[in-house]
Design a protein around this ligand. Structure first.
Ligand code: FES
Ligand code: FES
Length: 141
């Protein structure tokens, strides 16, 4: 089928069986929400990460993406990759790694960029929340 010819099986798999679709309760203080849009196409991605305060690790993640299959696959993969990672590790995830894993064609690179941006935005939101509460752990900034 056309889908299989144009896209790597991993993209099709994530598109057909997206991991961690959904939303967490926005007011949860252990949660960061990233909402980003791609100027190139107007697609929108929301990605949320939940931190464990003790270990500093991301224990859960979810996404909702209004966009193309590559953006859905990229965000699905991103939620899998961030789980179990420390903040700095999560921030070091590059869109090029996502694109490579999914064998995205060049015109779809911005879709993986959206996922990288969404991770960064989610972490930033979490940090901002913590700072507001005055409970920053101090070893982060
Ligand atoms: Fe067409 Fe995103 S605008 S796939
Ligand atoms: Fe715009 Fe995929 S085409 S995010």
């Amino acid at each position: 089928p056309l889908l299989q010819r144009l896209y790597h099986e991993r993209v099709v798999d994530h598109y057909n069986h997206p991991r961690n679709v959904g939303s967490f309760e926005k007011d949860d203080p252990s949660l960061g929400t990233g909402l980003v849009g791609a100027p190139a196409c107007g697609d929108v991605m929301k990605l949320q990460v939940k931190f464990d305060e003790q270990s500093g690790k991301i224990v859960d993640a979810c996404f909702k993406t209004f966009g193309c299959g590559s953006a859905i696959a990229s965000s699905s993969l991103a939620t899998e990759w961030v789980k179990g990672k420390q903040m700095e590790e999560a921030l070091s995830i590059k869109n090029s790694e996502i694109a490579k894993h999914l064998s995205l064609p060049p015109v779809k690179l911005h879709c993986s960029m959206l996922a990288e941006d969404a991770i960064k935005a989610a972490v930033k939101d979490y940090k901002a929340k913590r700072a507001k509460q005055g409970t920053s752990t101090g070893n982060i900034d």
